[in-house]
Design a binder for this molecule. Structure first.
Ligand code: SF4
Length: 497
């Protein structure tokens, strides 16, 4: 679908208009004044203090037109950046409205295309707005449907009860540790995940670098007396290394990091059931790991085969029971809605199987076609359910979790997510992952160590965010970890003076 925008020549509008176009059409290009476009949208902005945006969309093939206009008082926004944001929102409002009229598709998230909708609500409440005022703005200016506003509010309430000092965590940090190995690579995966077999040399060098990073960052935190709120081991699959390697790694954490006993939560993703062994569970227990993830994704064997997860459904169940019997009392399980070949019936089967296990938390993802995955590159090979059926599956997950005592406690959205839906973390009361909350709401710095680990530095005073990424592949990491550590320490020195 080619969309041409007339009369609005400011490049800053192009990306938001492209993102909104992408909510309606799978392949969509938006440009100014291009010829032979399928849709022509004329957008006008008028006024200084009260800005009015209007849009007229013409469908080239039929000559049909659709129009919308919206006004917003922006006099209170004296900061240029903030003012532009408001003008951009009025343009997005009218553009979304004409596309909704044309397609008949209602976007329940309105003009929001960002990853963290709940952060917007937190911000409004922190600025002193009442819930009612904030909801009104989300409904009337962002065109978000009540069902999503309600979900956002429930999540925000839950987060503030789990982490009452959520808005005051900027002086502390959390740590993410990325282990880039897996038994095999799944078809939808864009994480740093390298098949581990035959790579022992690479694993050894990687762990050498990682131990160094842990020591150096730990030294800095101790020197500056900075507390760690949470630690999260992700990847890849952090349990794909051996039990001895895990043991040494957690010992390093205890020796190097400050006051480990008082860290609120340490999570280790044991995502692939085929990596879990009694010896590794012993190690997790030995070092008091609070929370693990065992990820079925689906309980349909055909699906696991189709997406390249070389483990069986039985293995997921068996390893879950093993972890339970060995004392793991906070287990998360990830499910994915919209895996190839799956519809409502298979998803209901997955929920019925989940009912037999009742993990403490359940993260329900909606499949996203990320550019780099094998699945996206061979999209024709993988048949996925329709937008309507995906929505039904999402509702089934909402109903099921509600009936079984889970509450939603974090959510995020992605680009190219099926049905423009969201990923939601559900949990039994008081079993929520604090790490997931702090990372999603960007309330403190997350220091990323290891492969593919992104650091996000949140300035303790201003809240300004700086990103820093370690490389995804072990080879570049092994060659450059000294420099990556040094660069991060420099940023931290400036942040925590
Ligand atoms: S287990 Fe997870 S990280 Fe590993 S290949 Fe599969 S999706 Fe990627």
């Amino acid at each position: 679908m080619q969309i041409t925008i007339q009369t609005l020549r400011d490049d800053r509008f192009l990306r938001p208009l492209q993102l909104i176009g992408g909510l309606f059409f799978e392949e969509c290009t938006v440009a100014f004044e291009q010829e032979n476009a399928d849709l022509v949208v004329a957008i006008h902005i008028e006024g200084e203090n009260a800005v009015t945006a209007s849009a007229v969309l013409t469908e080239t093939s039929t000559g049909r037109t659709y129009s919308a206009s919206f006004s917003k008082d922006v006099a209170a926004y004296t900061n240029e950046k903030e003012r532009f944001k408001q003008v951009k929102n009025t343009v997005s409002y009218v553009y979304l409205s004409v596309l909704q009229q044309l397609t008949g598709i209602e976007q329940k998230w309105g003009i929001l295309t960002g990853v963290r909708p709940t952060k917007l609500l937190h911000k409004k409440l922190q600025s002193g707005m009442t819930k009612e005022e904030a909801h009104k703005e989300l409904r009337e200016e962002y065109l978000i449907h009540d069902e999503k506003i309600d979900l956002m509010q429930r999540i925000v309430d839950c987060q503030l009860s789990v982490v009452p000092d959520l808005y005051n965590l900027k002086e502390e940090v959390s740590i993410y540790i990325g282990i880039p190995f897996c038994p095999t690579k799944c078809a939808y995966c864009t994480f740093p995940a390298y098949a581990i077999n035959g790579r022992q040399g690479s694993v050894d060098s990687f762990l050498g670098g990682l131990h160094y990073e842990i020591r150096e960052i730990g030294r800095f935190l101790k020197e500056k007396d900075i507390k760690i709120t949470t630690v999260y081991y992700g990847g890849g699959t952090p349990t794909s290394i051996t039990a001895e390697e895990m043991d040494m790694l957690y010992e390093e954490m205890y020796v190097s990091f400050p006051d480990v006993k008082n860290i609120r939560e340490v999570t280790v993703e044991a995502g692939r059931p085929d990596t879990i062994t009694p010896a590794k569970l012993d190690v997790l227990n030995k070092w008091n790991i609070d929370r693990i993830s065992i990820n079925p994704q689906s309980y349909h064997q055909e699906t696991l085969k189709a997406i390249g997860r070389h483990h069986t459904v039985e293995e997921t169940i068996e390893k879950y029971h093993l972890a339970r019997s060995m004392g793991m009392n906070n287990i998360n399980m990830d499910l994915i809605i919209g895996l190839p070949g799956e519809g409502l019936e298979i998803f209901n089967h997955t929920l019925a199987e989940t009912e037999k296990l009742m993990p403490e938390s359940l993260t329900v993802h909606t499949l996203s076609f990320k550019r780099a995955s094998e699945m996206t590159q061979n999209k024709r090979k993988y048949k996925v359910a329709s937008r309507e059926e995906i929505t039904e599956m999402m509702h089934a997950a909402e109903d099921w979790t509600k009936e079984h005592g889970y509450v939603p406690y974090y959510l995020y959205r992605q680009k190219n997510i099926l049905g423009n839906l969201e990923n939601v973390g559900y949990s039994m009361p008081e079993q929520e992952s604090i790490y997931n909350i702090v990372i999603m709401e960007e309330v403190q710095s997350i220091i990323g160590l290891g492969c593919g680990a992104s650091s996000k530095f949140v300035h303790p005073k201003t809240g300004a965010i700086t990103h820093f990424a370690n490389p995804k592949d072990p080879k570049s990491y092994n060659e450059g970890y000294l420099k990556y550590t040094e660069d991060k320490l420099k940023i931290l020195e400036e942040l925590f003076v």
